[in-house]
Design a protein around this ligand. Structure first.
Ligand code: SF4
Length: 253
């Protein structure tokens, strides 16, 4: 499987834009914000512009789609790692409208759209969404029990091929999800400077609920400055939480 991203659970990343505004504790050490400022770019906060990309960048998924079809192997595309695809911002709104036709032109790509703006998903889906595009997975970030509402009150009621939750950075226990409506959950403790600790039991609990409800569980990492390099800092080991991604994601709307 080809990969052009460091993110373990996908094959490609595609950003409709760069820039965002922080809205919950999970945003505190936002990787995209840190990376942008390191490069001298400032696209963070509501009043700021967003960086957009040209036709060459927007054509890349078309090439991925051609290759995936030629190889007979579907590819996953995480959209967007450097912004929030459902943010209420004029530039993001405009770029998101360009995304839907691209998704329709790339049936060999499975688009993984992740957001913290769960309340904005339903009103911003395309008019022909129906019971969901066959190649779109919708996900929400749930960093602790305080944000289970993003899934339970919003995404759980939206028809789509696969509903997923990104439990990253894990900042508190998550116990009350509508597990039966969920297809996949990614667990990840925080990393980098100023990382916040997690607890092995949070991942252990989620894994057991996933087993109970037939939900795919992906253990990315425990919290640590550099996960996996210092077992005394890691909240858990890969051996304890092997990564697993079920292949059959067919899910009732
Ligand atoms: S929603 Fe995502 S991209 Fe936006 S500030 Fe928060 S963590 Fe960063």
């Amino acid at each position: 499987m080809s990969k052009d991203t460091q993110i373990a659970w996908t094959d490609h990343t595609f950003n409709i834009a760069w820039g965002c505004s922080k809205i919950s504790p999970g945003c505190k050490n936002c990787y995209a914000d840190t990376l942008s400022h390191r490069w001298g770019l400032d696209f963070w906060d509501e009043g700021k512009n967003r960086r957009t990309f040209g036709a060459k960048y927007w054509s890349e998924p078309l090439a991925w789609n051609v290759k995936a079809q030629a190889d007979g192997v579907r590819q996953r595309v995480f959209c967007s790692s450097m912004c929030d695809v459902f943010e209420d911002h004029p530039t993001i709104d405009a770029e998101r409208e360009k995304l839907w036709p691209l998704i329709r032109q790339t049936p060999w790509l499975d688009w993984q759209l992740l957001t913290k703006r769960a309340e904005r998903i339903a009103e911003n889906l395309p008019a022909d969404w129906g019971s969901g595009y066959g190649n779109v997975w919708l996900g929400v970030s749930v960093e602790s029990g305080d944000y289970e509402w993003r899934f339970n009150e919003h995404l759980a009621h939206i028809p789509c091929q696969v509903r997923f939750v990104s439990y990253e950075p894990a900042l508190g226990p998550v116990t009350g999800l509508e597990w039966a409506k969920l297809g996949w959950i990614i667990y990840g403790g925080e990393s980098g400077k100023g990382y916040r600790s997690d607890q092995t039991d949070w991942a252990r609990h989620v894994k057991s609920r996933c087993a109970e409800f037939g939900v795919s569980f992906f253990y990315k990492q425990g919290a640590a400055f550099r996960p996996g390099t210092d077992p005394t800092l890691d909240g858990a080991t890969i051996q304890e939480f092997p990564q697993s991604v079920a292949l059959d994601f067919q899910q009732a709307a």
